[in-house]
Ligand binder design. Structure first.
Ligand code: URA
Ligand code: CA
Length: 433
């Protein structure tokens, strides 16, 4: 087989075979296919697209390009959840103990994210002593015992995707739906998921800015799931404003604990119930959304979800006392109240820019080497649609430096206040299964 023929076929909008796609993925990963041919192939795919079958082949070729974790020793259907990313998204920290308390085994592989705040791993590391450097054996044992464990991401997970993503980044081929969909799905499958629940964000603070694009991406991933025999469901949810109130690592852990106690923000709680319901259904622990919501609500109300979270922290070396006493989490030296300059209604809270404001404080990293400050961040006190008076606090800035002028001016610029009220944005746009 010659790569030039594969490129030409895709250029001419023809359908590739499994062998052709495998040839490309294997050859690019082992270095026998050079960057210039891979670049041409990616651009051809960008313009010609791929059907569901081709996307399934691409997904599986990338999934099997490196380490694949074997979760077969864990009883039950392993359901993984993936979010396409947003600002202040604390759902994983809540969902993991929530669905585990309902009997769905959660065997989570987690990495350190780039972005406005850290990944789930960074957030968990805000808890003193907590670590994810456990052996695969202990990982499996802990999931069987407790239904919940988190392990650090293997350095050799989907090397094909790593290499291709870096190339896409510099060849203007990141925003191709078949390439995004197969990239995301390959990582979930390599991490051992039997079933996948996707939270595809739409809006300002999301990767997919429009609902149409978010839906197309979700549809692609659900179709890939079907192709490769992994039950996949998707929820399209709003990211036109940050989710919940907290943006920052330790601050989000605190928000997660509140939510597990039934005292969390309304939007964050609702999204967790919607995603959690899908996870229970996919995991065979509920028959309908109604049944699932009842079960999820019960483990919040009777305290068993929170209790499981504490046991999980303890099992992985973390100080479980933070569950009862969140003041034990890292706290910032300064807490500065940002006041509203006018009276009116919050009409817009640009999630992206608010995320940048948190990043400026040190809550996130722009490059892999950046150091993250787990204590800092922003706690909003308002959401879109709320009324506000001049001089009223709209956000609390948690900072370890006294000068927070840049963060303050970013927030004031991107939290819009007007004389006319607006409706709260819809939280869930669509549910697909
Ligand atoms: N996230 C991924 O994991 N892959 C993409 O291609 C885009 C976003
Ligand atoms: Ca949040």
């Amino acid at each position: 087989m010659r790569m030039v023929d594969v490129i030409q076929k895709k250029r001419d909008d023809e359908t590739l075979t499994k062998e052709e796609i495998q040839f490309f993925v294997n050859g690019y990963t082992d270095g026998s296919i050079p960057d210039y041919q891979a670049s041409a192939f990616l651009m051809a795919t960008y313009f010609s697209g791929m059907d569901a079958e081709e996307q399934g082949y691409l997904t599986m070729a990338m999934a099997s390009s490196g380490d694949q974790i074997d979760l077969s020793a864990i009883e039950g259907i392993k359901v993984d959840k993936h979010s396409t990313g947003g600002v202040g998204d604390t759902t994983t920290l809540i969902l993991a103990p929530l669905v585990a308390a309902c009997g769905v085994p959660v065997a989570k592989m987690s990495g350190r994210g780039l972005g406005h705040t850290g990944g789930t791993l960074d957030k968990l590391e805000a808890i003193e002593g907590f670590h994810v450097e456990i052996t695969e054996e202990d990982f499996v044992r802990q999931v069987n015992d407790l239904k919940l464990a988190v392990i650090g991401q293997s350095g050799n997970l989907t090397p094909a995707d790593k290499k291709l993503y870096a190339l896409r980044d510099v060849t203007a081929t990141v925003d191709s739906i078949p390439l995004i969909a197969s990239s995301i799905m390959s990582k979930k499958i390599a991490a051992g998921a039997d079933a996948i629940v996707l939270d595809v964000k739409t809006g300002d603070g999301a990767f997919m800015k429009t609902t149409e694009d978010a839906e197309a991406l979700a549809q692609s991933m659900v179709a890939i799931g079907k192709e490769v025999g992994r039950n996949t469901m998707a929820v399209i949810s709003d990211m036109s404003q940050p989710l919940g109130y907290a943006i920052g690592n330790a601050l989000e852990v605190r928000e997660a604990i509140d939510t597990l106690k039934g005292e969390g923000p309304e939007d964050l709680t609702e999204l967790c119930l919607v995603l959690g319901s899908k996870m229970l259904i996919a995991g065979g622990k509920a028959k309908s959304s109604h049944d699932a919501r009842k079960k999820l609500t019960k483990v919040i109300q009777d305290g068993s979800a929170l209790e499981l979270f504490a046991k999980f922290l303890e099992a992985q070396g973390g100080n479980a006392a933070i569950v009862e006493n969140p003041d034990l989490l890292p706290t910032a030296a300064y807490q500065i109240e940002l006041k509203s300059p006018t009276t009116g209604f919050i009409t817009k809270m640009e999630a992206d820019e608010i995320g940048v404001a948190a990043m400026l404080l040190g809550a996130g990293r722009a490059t892999k080497e950046d150091h993250i400050d787990l204590a800092v961040g922003i706690v909003l006190t308002k959401k879109i649609g709320d009324s506000v008076k001049a001089g009223e606090t709209i956000a609390i800035i948690h900072s370890n430096t006294e000068d927070t002028l840049k963060t303050e001016s970013l927030l004031l610029k991107h939290i819009h206040i007007s004389q006319h009220s607006v409706k709260r944005p819809k939280l869930i746009y669509k549910v697909m299964d």
